[in-house]
Design a protein around this ligand. Structure first.
Ligand SMILES: [Zn+2]
Length: 83
């Protein structure tokens, strides 16, 4: 039985969720938000919540944070397709 990491209660419930992730900093205001649909595990005693960002959405966050790297990866992908 999993326990809350904050208060050790076993009163945890999993919820489906939609989260709009905003990139940090002032420049984050100009980037599009990323919608994430994680399964939230919420402690119904203290309110502590945790979740894992799904792979595809995690990749969107990574690309938003490191556009230069993402562009490089994309170029490599294109080159592979051309060969
Ligand atoms: Zn708790």
């Amino acid at each position: 039985m999993p326990h809350c990491r904050s208060c050790q209660s076993d009163n945890l419930t999993q919820f489906a969720a939609e989260l709009a992730m905003h990139f940090p900093g002032l420049e984050g205001l100009t980037k599009p938000i990323v919608l994430v649909h994680p399964k939230l595990m919420i402690c119904l005693d203290c309110g502590f919540a945790e979740f894992v960002v799904p792979e595809a959405e995690k990749e969107q966050l990574r690309r938003g944070m490191y556009p230069a790297q993402a562009a490089g990866a994309l170029d490599r992908h294109r080159e592979e397709q051309l060969q």
